[in-house]
Design a protein around this ligand. Structure first.
Ligand code: SAM
Ligand code: SF4
Length: 475
């Protein structure tokens, strides 16, 4: 099953041509919108069709309150339809902040002489992972600067360490990567280590704007970064994540470009991005980015809702860069994954004495400092199911990662039961009694609502097994 817009399905398009900034601006400027057109486009997305760039522009250009509310409501409905009420949880783990690039927005940039540089040793990685496991984490994204020390072999090695560490009943079941672009051979090496998603954010898809911020090092090469995920695909990595650092250029252009990149991946490889990330720029040590392209909370919410509608099958990640209150609000408009208990100072998960953020030791400031336990408790208050599920990846249901979206009943058959099973593990191994009580109520409610008796009785059986001490059961 493919979901790409035919007008861009040109597999032999030259690489550098797949982002044509003039074309994108032309579409934004020449596409008219109206409340009626907005409703039509939303309906198309609700019928699970991918939107064309012109249709995305209809949503981007809609500014009247009723249309913006309709976009948000549409995204909410689509999210519930596609993903149900579960939210997947993960944590970032910064492995090293050495970096030879000079990205003006980043605390790790080479010219920041105040930065305290560090790469975790294997023992330190082990301690970090043990600390994460003690909180109940099962899914990580490992993060690295771009530096000769962080070779594909080194990245692969750290991934293997992450999988090996097991403290008590803890284990990491999925290790994603956020690192610099590699060559095809490099991608092959990290693939063999068993990575989940390989994330690379383009930061800005506008070639001129890209030059303003990327002042030195390999990352100043726009095309090398833009084509990274093509090389990943060549190397057999079909599970990739794209993203934009919002605040570097006009958000309307960036949303169109994210959809354009999605079209390109679909057209060339029959598989779009597994995830889309939308970090919004935050304070960093010696931060040198002006506020010309600052994205307001209202526009941020709108753009997330538009992305949800435009690419209904993709996972959408909202991180602890954003404050708790805003995350709680925005989550409903299409987000499917969040991080919890996040610390981004190198070595800070195991350093229980160091509680205050120090910008010289981190890439940027995070604004949601809630623990994983607090986040889980609050998700339960909203009747959401916190999930640590890794089943699809481990059952080989990846290439067709449209499944949640395209296979009828997929959520009911796999996602909800798997989310519940990981929540039961969390209750048994980590939850405080009040959280456990709330979680059991949510589980009971969800089981009662299940229509398929076979799934229901099989799930109840598995829950009993988890209560008896079995772990890692999934469908
Ligand atoms: N060094 C690798 C690279 O640049 O691809 C890893 C990326 S970095 C560790 C993860 C992401 O954080 C970047 O791609 C960027 O989008 C984001 N980031 C960097 N500085 C930021 C800031 N000041 N505020 C928010 N996000 C930031
Ligand atoms: Fe280095 Fe990445 Fe920071 Fe750029 S964004 S300075 S590449 S760590």
């Amino acid at each position: 099953m493919k979901f790409y817009t035919q007008q861009y399905a040109i597999p032999d398009v030259p690489m550098q041509a797949f982002i044509d900034s003039e074309e994108i601006w032309d579409i934004i400027k020449n596409t008219s919108t109206s409340p009626e057109k907005v409703l039509e486009v939303i309906q198309k997305a609700l019928n699970k069709n991918r939107l064309s760039l012109q249709e995305v522009a209809v949503l981007i250009n809609a500014n009247d309150t009723a249309s913006v509310n309709a976009i948000k409501e549409g995204a909410k409905e689509l999210k519930n339809k596609v993903y149900g009420n579960r939210i997947v949880l993960f944590a970032p783990l910064y492995i090293g902040n050495k970096c030879s690039n000079n990205c003006s927005y980043c605390g790790f940039r080479s010219t920041n002489t105040e930065a305290e540089r560090k790469t975790l040793s294997d023992l330190e990685i082990t301690h970090e992972i043990e600390a994460l496991q003690e909180n109940g984490q099962k899914r990580l994204v490992l993060v690295y600067g771009e530096h000769r020390e962080y070779s594909p072999e080194y990245i692969a090695h750290t991934v293997k360490v992450a999988y090996i560490v097991k403290k008590n009943s803890g284990e990491i079941r999925r290790v994603n990567i956020n690192a610099a672009p590699l060559d095809i051979e490099g991608f092959r090496i990290v693939k063999e280590a068993g990575i989940g998603t390989y994330q690379i954010f383009q930061e800005t898809y506008h070639p001129e704007a890209y030059k303003w911020y990327h002042l030195g090092g390999k990352k100043s090469n726009f095309e090398n970064r833009l084509t990274a995920l093509d090389r990943a695909q060549e190397a057999g990595i079909d599970d990739v994540g794209i993203g934009v650092l919002f605040g570097l250029y006009d958000w309307r252009f960036e949303v169109m470009a994210l959809v354009r990149h999605t079209n390109h991946l679909e057209a060339c490889y029959n598989v779009g991005p597994h995830t889309i990330s939308f970090p919004r720029i935050k304070d960093a040590a010696g931060w040198e980015v002006g506020d010309k392209y600052f994205v307001s909370d209202a526009d941020f919410t709108k753009l997330i809702a538009i992305l949800r509608l435009a690419v209904p099958y993709t996972g959408m990640i909202l991180t602890a860069r954003e404050p708790a209150k805003l995350r709680d609000e925005i989550i409903q408009f299409g987000v499917s994954q969040i991080d919890g208990g996040t610390k981004i100072e190198i070595g800070s998960y195991s350093d229980t004495l160091n509680l205050k953020q120090n910008l010289n030791r981190e890439q940027f400031k995070i604004n949601d400092e809630r623990s994983l336990a607090e986040i889980i408790d609050e998700l339960l208050d909203k009747e959401m199911i916190p999930s640590f599920c890794t089943a699809c990846y481990r059952k080989g249901r990846t290439g067709e990662h449209f499944m949640e979206f395209s296979v009828p009943g997929f959520i009911k058959k796999f996602c909800t039961p798997n989310a519940i099973l990981t929540l039961v593990e969390y209750i048994e191994d980590y939850a405080i009694p009040s959280t456990a009580q709330k979680a059991w109520q949510i589980i009971e409610k969800n089981i009662n609502e299940m229509e398929d008796d076979k799934i229901k009785s099989s799930l109840i059986e598995k829950i009993e097994k988890v209560k008896m001490g079995q772990r890692d059961l999934y469908y």
